[in-house]
Design a protein around this ligand. Sequence first.
Ligand SMILES: [Zn+2]
Length: 139
Amino acid sequence: MEHKTTGDRRKLNWILTAAVIAFAALAVAVCFLLRPKTGAADRFVIRYGDGRSIEVPAWETRTIVIRNGEIAERETGEDEENVIRIENGEAWMETANCPHRECMKQGKLSAETVRSRPLGTWIVCAPHRVYIEFAGDGQ
Ligand SMILES: [Zn+2]
């Protein structure tokens, strides 16, 4: 009888332990899923013209037009033009009229993609000398 009780208690302890571990794992999973997509300090540095640059926080939603090495009011498709889009922590070259549009093929730049992208933290439009760099926390 006593033996059975000890066995039951062990079983109960095991179930409680498993429940605690399962709950902890669930809590970690929830925190992971609810984590902010971008760090507070994440930003994009856009370099253009002769050594000029602007910084845009990664959480902003913004379209930036650069034409002939200058920030432009709006897109016209004329001369040397790049249109950069920043949205949901991602930056990409939305349109560009450079010869082979390589910059448009470089995909989206974000905290999540920097490790898997061939160009890492950069999107480069070499013909127009327009560069987007991802700068994360502490960088
Ligand atoms: Zn380009």
